[in-house]
Design a protein around this ligand. Structure first.
Ligand code: ZN
Length: 687
């Protein structure tokens, strides 16, 4: 059974602590100033093309003063891995972020791979006896910490893999990914509609909660599913300890607890059909929406019990109010002024920013990719929302630059990544989801986001002192995700993964977040040599490491690595004969450092067009090797050969950067400030 992924009881504990607001501005020690703007997934080929066409004038200006370079990404080209390498200057063996998932080696069950969570115990099932502990799995030392120890004052803003926030000496940090929503997930959206069938109700593959609205007259009553109640969870866990010996009373108690497992907030919708509008009443807030209208951020309160409350906020969007009523609600964000747990360092920073700038979304995954992927909102709505997400982060970055308190400002925006994930199908005519009409309408969306980035760079350039070193960079580029590759199915068919019987059905993210999911059904571990989990990682079933391992260290291991990697390279598309796997990287060839024990044994690098399937990422092995990707999530970077998918680097200073790598940024910054480069850093300074 998986630990539930929530952060629920933090509020009470946080509210008991004095708010540490405001820092005394540290004095200036360095004359050097630097700004780094990260645009997740910004692809160098697109940057190059649009710079040449004069569409990115500020990028061009910077590149003219210094240069434009390709920036090699991490071996697993995933954002958390790559940004962790950015922060620490090391390979994943040194920072421990190998993938967005980790597995429990004893049970093989997957869990999110950036943080570890521990819930506190409750006195008499009521009063929390400690703080819920969320610790980052990221090891190594961020360059902003090293720089801060030497007196550099830095602001680190929404950089991925900075939740929970770390202390930055002389600096400030506002957390980014994996800062969760109120349910502890990367973003559970809500969709309420009159035309949902019973079959459609429930949890979607990619984290949405769908509920049917039933009207009596012009009013429907419904409820929002909030975080799981940690007290109820603890009671359920206690009952479960009895194992198979649950008597009838226990079982009915379990059912009663199950019904109260999530904290719910009731709300009502009044529908005025003629006016094509609806009025939502939730916890004392009344929201009038016309069809196609967004609400402001609505405050929400989730009561764990009399003592403990959790505060969140969400936006409603009225998709449709004619014929049928369809209502979308964003994931419930933590509120910057009263987060469930601290989301900044110092702790008071997020509240301070709220007081100066108004509210802003805090969710690490800030854009509405999942509801678009599940067809619950349309492209236009997705884009409108995406630009708001962009603006929320941009204003924080500009505000911190304007404060003139910092020598080094690092800000990351991810809208570039999200729009490419969702809209690649409009710029790749060979994608199975390409359609000419859609392309005519939305084909310029990615370009619009790049232009917005360029505009932000312009705003930054107006604000900084002359001589400031500016880096614009991305963690990886993008490829087309035309076919999903069922890598575990291939492992089964080729005798590396043994199965008996049939799997019980597809996995969804709620199986993992919800804690009730079964994984690896029908897998016979006693005959399994290798299995895949996450985005292109293959693990060997090692004796003494995995719960039921059969592969021995030494020659056994080496033989398997050779055999499997050679065989993977022969994988071809049965229809076209095209090669699917471009490279396979062996653990010991690409990773080194203190976290080697957690490294995948192989990292598979797919060709452009072929990405590991969603089901494989959760350990599933559905029939068939390949399937055409008919989802709107159409562009990707994960599981491709990292050598083919570099990020971008634009600098206003010339660099020795024929081979710039993401791990080179940390030592470059340290050298710029004249700070000795720690020897655990793998990268080399770029000047
Ligand atoms: Zn991405």
């Amino acid at each position: 059974m998986l630990k539930r992924t929530i952060f629920a009881t933090g509020l009470l504990l946080v509210s008991l602590l004095p708010l540490a607001c405001g820092t005394n501005a540290p004095t200036e020690k360095y004359k050097q100033k630097m700004v780094i703007l990260g645009f997740d997934g910004m692809d160098p080929r697109l940057v190059e093309q649009w710079m040449a066409e004069g569409k990115l004038p500020n990028f061009q200006k910077l590149a003219g003063q210094g240069g434009f370079y390709r920036l090699e990404t991490s071996t697993s080209p995933e954002s958390p891995v790559s940004w962790a390498s950015f922060a620490t200057g090391g390979n994943a063996g040194k920072h421990n972020i190998f993938d967005f998932l980790v597995r429990d080696v004893k049970t093989y069950v997957p869990d999110l791979g950036m943080v570890r969570r521990e819930m506190p115990d409750f006195f008499l099932n009521y009063v929390p006896l400690g703080r819920p502990k969320v610790t980052t799995l990221r090891g190594g030392t961020s360059f902003w910490v090293t720089a801060g120890q030497a007196g550099v004052r830095s602001a680190v803003l929404t950089v991925p893999v900075t939740f929970p926030p770390e202390d930055v000496p002389m600096g400030e940090l506002l957390s980014g990914l994996p800062l969760p929503d109120i349910r502890g997930t990367i973003g559970t959206f809500y969709y309420f509609a009159t035309d949902l069938s019973r079959y459609e109700e429930g949890n979607t593959e990619m984290g949405g909660i769908l509920k049917r609205l039933a009207f009596e007259g012009d009013t429907a009553q419904s409820e929002l599913t909030g975080p799981p109640n940690p007290i109820v969870q603890a009671q359920m866990a206690d009952l479960r300890k009895k194992g198979a010996t649950l008597n009838d009373a226990d079982q009915s108690r379990m059912a009663a607890l199950e019904a109260r497992r999530d904290i719910r907030v009731p709300f009502s919708v009044r529908w005025s059909k003629e006016a094509r509008s609806a009025t939502i009443d939730v916890q004392g807030t009344t929201i009038h929406l016309s069809e196609g209208g967004w609400s402001k951020w609505v405050p929400l309160e989730f009561r764990v019990n009399f003592l403990v409350r959790l505060y969140g906020m969400a936006q409603f969007y009225l998709v449709r109010a004619s014929g049928e009523l369809q209502l979308y609600m964003s994931p419930v964000n933590w509120r910057p002024e009263s987060p469930v747990m601290p989301i900044s360092s110092p702790k008071g920073l997020s509240k301070d920013l709220y007081e100066r700038l108004g509210t802003f979304r805090t969710l690490g995954w800030a854009e509405a990719t999942w509801p678009l992927n599940e067809d619950r909102i349309d492209e236009k709505t997705f884009m409108d929302d995406l630009f708001h997400a962009f603006d929320d982060r941009a204003q924080v970055i500009l505000h911190e630059i304007d404060s003139k308190k910092f020598d080094l400002v690092i800000g990351v925006l991810e809208s570039t990544d999200r729009v490419q994930h969702m809209f690649w199908r409009f710029i790749d005519p060979t994608h199975p989801m390409y359609d000419a009409a859609g392309a005519a309408r939305y084909g310029d969306s990615i370009e619009r986001v790049y232009k917005r980035c360029d505009q932000l760079v312009g705003e930054v350039l107006q604000r900084i002192e002359p001589g400031t070193l500016v880096f614009i960079l991305s963690d990886h580029g993008f490829h087309s995700f035309k076919y999903g590759v069922n890598l575990n199915t291939w492992l089964v068919e080729n005798g590396f993964l043994a199965k008996q019987g049939k799997a019980l059905g597809d996995k969804n993210l709620n199986d993992m977040f919800g804690g009730g999911g079964q994984f690896w059904e029908g897998v016979d571990w006693t005959r399994t040599r290798a299995y895949s989990l996450g985005l292109g990682q293959v693990y060997f079933n090692m004796r003494g490491r995995e719960g039921q391992g059969i592969v021995n260290e030494g020659d056994d291991y080496k033989r398997l690595a050779d055999e499997l990697s050679a065989k993977l390279l022969t994988m071809t598309d049965p229809k076209t004969g095209q090669r699917i796997v471009r490279s396979v990287y062996k653990r010991d060839d690409v990773y080194s450092g203190p976290y080697m024990a957690n490294a995948p044994d192989l990292q598979v690098g797919f060709e452009d067009g072929y990405r590991v399937s969603w089901q494989t990422s959760l350990g599933g092995s559905p029939p068939g090797l390949l399937y055409p990707n008919m989802k709107k999530w159409s562009g990707d970077h994960c599981s491709f050969d990292y050598k083919t998918i570099p990020g971008s680097l634009i600098s206003n200073r010339k660099l020795n950067a024929n081979e710039a790598r993401i791990i080179d940024i940390a030592p470059t910054v340290l050298k710029y400030f004249g700070i000795r480069i720690p020897k655990e850093i793998d990268g080399k300074p770029l000047f």
